[in-house]
Design a binder for this molecule. Sequence first.
Ligand SMILES: Cc1cc2nc3c(=O)[nH]c(=O)nc-3n(C[C@H](O)[C@H](O)[C@H](O)COP(=O)(O)O)c2cc1C
Length: 177
Amino acid sequence: MEFKEVVKKRRSTRRYTGKPVEVEKLRAAMELALRAPSSKNTRSTRLMAVTNLDKVHALGRLRDWGSSLLEEAGAAIVVMGDPEASPMWQTNAAIMATVLQLALVDEGLASCWVHVGDYLTINDDPSSQRSEDYVKDVVPEIPAEYRILCVISIGYADYTPKPLPDYEGPERILFAE
Ligand SMILES: Cc1cc2nc3c(=O)[nH]c(=O)nc-3n(C[C@H](O)[C@H](O)[C@H](O)COP(=O)(O)O)c2cc1C
């Protein structure tokens, strides 16, 4: 797919057909995403694909808002960082997550970022489990020392999201004289 088409086609997609997601497509997208830049080339980001649907759907409860789309997803990729490798692990992981979402478009897949970070499983309950710990409970293969930025929810889109406008006005793009 042409680069401009990939960028324009990417939208956060939260409903999926239920068609199984091929592991080879996930692998291809993850391998491309590894080419993302990182601070001082520390390469601190780690990706873990989750294809066991019981686990994918359980990830939908990582928060009590904004994560239930995972209950319908066909796969997920956990985007993690090694804080020992770089103090910029979160920024590095965010850049890779974005490249990953574009690579998934190129594989014909739809996705949505589900944030983990410092969130709690129950937003209004400070004593509730941290979302990061919940994800590690659901996916025990994740090494304890890795931190989790987000989970990318993946599937075949059940609808065609509206494209974003080509031009939003002059507020966001400025040119210095
Ligand atoms: C840092 C970040 C965190 C996000 N967290 C969530 C989330 O937890 N749940 C969700 O449904 N969408 C999440 N999104 C998707 C945004 O809501 C989405 O990108 C935004 O509404 C713009 O829509 P678009 O991606 O289709 O252009 C997140 C996106 C980013 C970049």
